[in-house]
Design a protein around this ligand. Sequence first.
Ligand code: PRP
Length: 179
Amino acid sequence: MRAHDVKEILIDKATIARRVDGLVDDIAAESPGNLVVVGILKGSFMFLADLMRSFYRHDVHPRIDFLTLSSYGSGTSSSGKVEIIHDIREEIVGADVLLVDDILDTGHTLAFTKKLLSGYGARSVRTCVLLDKKAHRTIEFEADYAGFLVDDHFVVGYGLDYNNLYRELPHIAKVRFLD
Ligand code: PRP
């Protein structure tokens, strides 16, 4: 691992909390009927937990599931090859799925997963990401709900990692490499 620090806060905790509520207001306004929230692990766990708490304000009661994927690449960028490590267990035929991830980068992960869940018979699959690194897209893909646009920085925290570290930060921080 390269020498680095994560001292610079890019998006603070309160700003994230406000945006999460705003996203859920938008999602709930489209009044999904049979809602199943599906998180892509590991990165989505914190964002998904806060989204779920926010649904409570709207008296919306989604079912929940997770899937674990692995993308093979250089560690800081994904290669486009996605493999299912652990699939969903919930029945989603006819359901309105909200697919949640921490970051939309090249687009491969969400494009792959959206197709997968549509193939399982979901009535609709909408996507929700906390961060959108638009400039990094290598395929055409847009999220239905995106929290924040981010430039091409290496960011960690609130579920996002560097070598599986810093996921616990309550904010989004910039990784500064010191070498
Ligand atoms: C990260 C992130 C997204 C994906 C986005 O996952 O959590 O799932 O990459 O990249 P893409 O748009 O280029 O496909 P990662 O493979 O690092 O696994 P993690 O969720 O366990 O951190």
